[in-house]
Design a protein around this ligand. Structure first.
Ligand code: 13P
Ligand code: SF4
Length: 310
């Protein structure tokens, strides 16, 4: 397809003519972050989607994020630059199997991490994100048994923080599971001055070394506030673009993956490109659609989360 020479200018023109807003997750390519109107973590992005006055939402993230924006905005056009941008964690929780799991625990409340499909949301009582999971679970009466899905690592972290037993769905994220304790321990020896900061989707063997654990937004603000000058960062390295922008004098070291290429980028998030973003806006496709009954059922636990996170 024909691509204009200055994609930034062309995207900005389309933004004005469509009355569109571009929402981007921190794991997007730096150039997509730079053209976005708002960059955030899953909670911030869903709050922005819930409050936007734009007619068109261009979601530079993965499918479940754009889907959440569509659940909140059924009458708006929600564009995702690449519809194939899925999520290994969302895929690790198929609806039919989850329905059986839920049926096996009939008196349990279902708290689901936002990284799941609309079908799983529709079977849930409350949605949470990595930045409000502890806060949400803490608001549920202690005698109420809870299923937590789909991320077992975030679930274990919430169990530790709240001192509560949760029945965990055994899902995980391919990106955060790639960090190994051995490589982190080596890095900590090489950089004794650095603080180790990690996302709660990492495994417990990695999290136990962390000086600070938080969502992408929380990691970003911690890295700005802390007096440390160096950080080893165990999450998708897209976030380091913002960390460097906000504190150019500090040193950020991406924790390497444990695979042959030491790669730690999310293959789903990185399917989106500036070119695809431009084409999605120009052609007004691909867009999100979902059955109305699922949308209505999935909206209820998302609205509960937005109320409970204040
Ligand atoms: P947060 O943006 O909520 O930190 O989640 C990280 C993630 O894995 C999103 O896919
Ligand atoms: Fe899913 Fe993990 Fe990629 Fe986030 S980083 S979109 S949880 S695969």
């Amino acid at each position: 397809p024909f691509l204009p020479y200055d994609l930034f200018a062309a995207i900005n023109d389309l933004k004005r003519s469509l009355n569109a807003v571009i929402l981007a997750h921190y794991y997007q390519d730096p150039e997509i972050q730079d053209i976005a109107d708002y960059i955030g973590d899953s909670l911030g992005l869903s709050q922005q989607a819930a409050g936007t006055k734009a007619d068109v939402i261009v979601f530079a993230g993965v499918h479940f994020m754009a889907e959440t924006a569509k659940i909140l905005n059924p009458d708006k056009l929600v564009l995702l630059p690449d519809l194939e941008a899925g999520c290994s964690l969302a895929d690790s929780c198929p609806p039919e199997e989850f329905a059986k799991f839920k049926a096996a625990h009939p008196d349990h409340l279902v708290v689901s991490y936002i990284n799941c499909s609309a079908e799983i949301k529709a079977m849930s009582d409350i949605i949470c994100t990595s930045s409000n999971a502890v806060k949400i679970v803490s608001q549920i009466p202690r005698d109420q048994p809870i299923i937590f899905a789909p991320d077992r690592n975030l679930g274990r972290y919430v169990m530790e923080q709240t001192g509560r037993e949760l029945v965990l769905w055994q899902g995980s994220c391919i990106v955060h599971e790639t960090f190994s304790e051995k490589k982190i321990a080596q890095l900590l020896i090489e950089h004794p001055e650095a603080e180790f900061i990690a996302h709660p989707e990492c495994e417990p063997s990695v999290l136990r070394h962390a000086n600070y654990i938080g969502s992408t937004t929380a990691l970003l603000s911690y890295s700005q506030k802390s007096s440390s000058q160096a950080f080893i960062v165990a999450t998708e390295p897209g976030i380091i673009h913002q960390m460097r922008k906000e504190a150019p004098s500090k040193h950020f070291i991406p924790a390497p993956g444990n695979n042959s290429c030491a790669c730690n980028e999310c293959p789903h998030m990185r399917l989106n490109t500036l070119e695809k973003l431009y084409l999605a806006m120009k052609n007004q496709t691909p867009s999100l659609t979902l059955p109305e009954d699922i949308r209505v059922a999935a909206l209820r636990p998302i609205s509960r989360m937005l109320e409970m996170s204040g």
